[in-house]
Design a protein around this ligand. Structure first.
Ligand code: SAH
Ligand code: SF4
Length: 395
């Protein structure tokens, strides 16, 4: 059954229009230190900044009048100078397995995706870091869309802020988010500063308080940025490997031509020295007849074998999209691949696909939604899922 739910029952509303809207500071985008510095400029004490940090990220209010332990004069000042403004929800679909996918609209246009995945022992939020992506991996729908722009810190943290608000209010899947993965649209390490600032807020005890192991940055292998991340904020890392050797990876993940596998693996080894055991995982999308033959598994064993005690590899069934030119490997082929790795002592985590009925793989909803011709067809197909269509225009 398809249900269309009114926007104002579930979605935080954008802040009211204000003459100085564009010049107000969006508090979602300030790191704890930046917020303290800004408060110092206003002549306010640092503990006031901590109070506000908690109101914004722990209680997730967007109304300064709700910050009842602040003096009225400070609240009035903040109302004029600041705002708390996350992306808005354009589409919100819940899959039959509980996976919930959001299409978010950004100020100034542009859309990104966010996916909430509840499981027995955790709930993971998959967030985006860029509108589109410049790296053009051939099996990736986001890569097909090209690059549009980087997300700001406020837009990245705003996804977690927004999801916590929406999920809190959900009737069916009332769980807090325990893990965040940068596996939505975009290459996070090509938006380095905003991603690191966002992750810093996610880890801060006065904000979201997640541990380093529960925030995962997924990268196609930007080698110098992996080293910078190791120095700045060594959170969990997912490496999108997808091929066991340079000739194939050059085709599937073209950035490999710039940072070939030997350099990538050396950077991973350096990273492994500073993170707990198991904090690096390798991702391998299973493409029928392309990278799923026994010879590929054998080459992968050669590559990862020396690291096998520290290595976990995720075999991801390819999520098809129109005109991709690829097909998902069959269950049998994935199993054969897994068994071969296992025999060599390499741990695999064959992941079941989630949210199949809502295209819950990166970049796919945006492509479909923005193709106006297919939109009504798509909405009709989604009778499988609960749907909330948000039609407001926030411009
Ligand atoms: N740019 C980063 C993070 C976003 S992509 C990266 O590439 O790691 C997140 C993961 O989804 C990556 O492992 C990516 O290779 C994978 N992915 C992309 N398109 C996919 C598809 N059609 N099916 C399955 N996985 C896909
Ligand atoms: Fe970009 Fe990652 Fe998609 Fe490659 S897989 S095009 S790096 S989003």
């Amino acid at each position: 059954m398809t249900s269309v739910i009114e926007v104002d029952t579930l979605t935080p509303q954008p802040a009211a229009a204000h003459p100085s809207e564009n010049t107000r500071v969006n508090l979602l985008g300030l790191s704890p230190q930046q917020l303290r510095d800004w408060f110092a400029e206003l002549g306010e004490k640092p503990f006031r900044a901590t109070q506000v940090l908690k109101w914004v990220h722990q209680r997730r209010v967007d109304d300064f009048d709700a910050m009842t332990d602040l003096a009225k004069s400070l609240r009035d000042k903040l109302k004029v100078l600041a705002c708390i403004r996350a992306p808005s929800v354009r589409l919100d679909q819940t899959s039959s397995d509980g996976t919930r996918k959001f299409l978010l609209e950004l100020d100034g246009g542009g859309s990104v995706e966010m996916v909430y995945i509840p499981e027995d022992d955790r709930a993971t939020l998959c967030i985006s870091s860029q509108v589109g992506c410049s790296l053009a991996c051939t099996f990736c729908s986001t890569g097909r869309q090209g690059f549009n722009r980087n997300l700001s810190t406020a837009e990245i943290v705003g996804q977690l802020w927004l999801a916590e608000r929406l999920i809190d209010r959900a009737v069916n899947h009332n769980r807090a988010i325990s893990n965040v993965v940068f596996m939505g649209m975009g290459e996070p390490l090509l938006n380095f500063e905003a991603v690191v600032d966002s992750a810093t807020l996610m880890l801060d005890d006065n904000a979201y308080g997640l541990s380093r192991r529960r925030v995962t940055i997924s990268t196609s292998g930007i080698v110098p940025a992996i080293d910078r991340l190791r120095e700045r904020l060594p959170v969990a890392l997912a490496i999108s490997l997808h091929a066991p050797d340079d000739p194939l990876r050059d085709v599937l993940v073209p950035i490999n031509q710039k940072y070939p596998m030997a350099e990538l693996m050396a950077a991973c080894d350096r990273y492994a020295e500073v993170v707990p055991h198991g904090a690096i995982i390798y991702e391998y999308v299973m493409l029928d007849g392309v990278n799923d033959e026994p010879a590929h598994a054998e080459a992968l064993v050669k590559l990862l074998g020396p690291r096998k005690d520290a290595v976990k590899i995720n075999l991801i069934p390819f999520n098809p999209f129109p005109d991709s030119g690829y097909q998902r490997s069959s269950r049998n082929r994935i199993e054969r691949f897994r068994v071969q790795l296992k025999a060599a002592g390499i741990n695999t985590v064959p992941r079941k696909t989630r949210g199949d009925d809502i295209d819950a793989a990166c970049g796919q909803l945006v492509g479909q939604f923005e193709d106006k011709a297919r939109r009504s067809q798509k909405l009709a197909q989604m009778g499988l899922a609960q749907i909330k269509v948000i039609t407001e225009d926030r411009s």
